[in-house]
Ligand binder design. Structure first.
Ligand SMILES: *[C@@H]1O[C@H](CO)[C@@H](O)[C@H](O)[C@H]1NC(C)=O
Ligand SMILES: *[C@@H]1O[C@H](CO)[C@@H](O)[C@H](O)[C@H]1NC(C)=O
Length: 219
């Protein structure tokens, strides 16, 4: 096999950095409405038959009203992403609405595939993200404010007020994905072994067991 020439190797390296600097890959056609039920596995979803595409594939009323926040953390995230708006397949964007009870917390989490930018619809929030050098970048937000959370960095939002709060969040991915630190480390199936977590957090296996009970699925 011939080895690639230097110019084409440089081109490939350049292409790799260009691709890895963006979020979802760019699209190659007008639309590709997801066939969520297709059994074909690929990066995203295969397109459904174009003759069967309707405006409803690009529409959702799922974020119209506030979500129920009477849960453990006092917050609820609802997505308007490719799973609810199949027309977003290959478009590289999505939204969420997050509602917070007074004192409610959207606990520390990250989105592996997207930067997030929030607009405060109502209420006041204390928000922040952590850099890879463990610097906390935080801000208090009120109605109308906008704040951005860089792709892949751990972040949180806390309702600091006495009334409910809501934000609309936009993402540069059709499906940003969410990894919530508490749930992923202490609520996984199968569980992460206690000795891993007690060593990682420099605490006793007893404390680890206790925290794990807090992240068991509610029966
Ligand atoms: C979606 O994919 C399934 C399975 O491959 C296929 O049977 C079905 O016709 C597709 N639906 C549309 C609307 O294209
Ligand atoms: C939350 O409130 C709704 C509506 O008031 C109720 O139906 C639901 O059971 C409550 N959930 C919990 C976990 O308390």
């Amino acid at each position: 096999m011939a080895s690639p020439s230097t110019p084409s190797l440089l081109f490939l390296i350049g292409l790799f950095f260009f691709i890895s600097a963006s979020a979802d890959p760019d699209m190659l056609q007008d639309l590709c409405v997801a066939n969520i039920s297709s059994e074909v596995k690929l990066n995203g979803f295969p397109c459904k038959d174009a003759a069967l595409v309707t405006s409803l594939d690009f529409f959702s009323q799922g974020l119209a009203v506030a979500g129920l926040t009477n849960n453990t953390f006092g917050s609820l995230v609802r997505g308007a992403n490719v799973m609810t708006i199949p027309g977003l397949n290959t478009l590289g964007v999505s939204l969420s609405r997050i509602d917070y009870a007074p004192g409610g917390l959207n606990p520390p989490h990250m989105h592996p595939r997207a930067t997030e930018i929030v607009f405060v619809l109502k209420g006041t929030l204390d928000v922040g993200f952590l850099t890879t050098t463990n610097r906390l970048i935080s801000q208090s937000l009120k109605k109308g404010d906008v704040f951005a959370f860089p792709k892949g960095l751990v972040h949180f939002q806390k309702n600091s007020g006495r009334t409910s709060a809501s934000v609309i969040a936009a993402f540069n991915s059709q499906l940003p994905g969410t990894q919530s630190l508490g749930a992923t480390l202490f609520g996984s199936t199968p569980p992460v072994p206690d000795n891993i977590l007690s060593q990682a957090f420099q605490t006793s296996p007893k404390t680890v067991k206790y925290i794990k009970t807090m992240f068991q699925p509610k029966k």
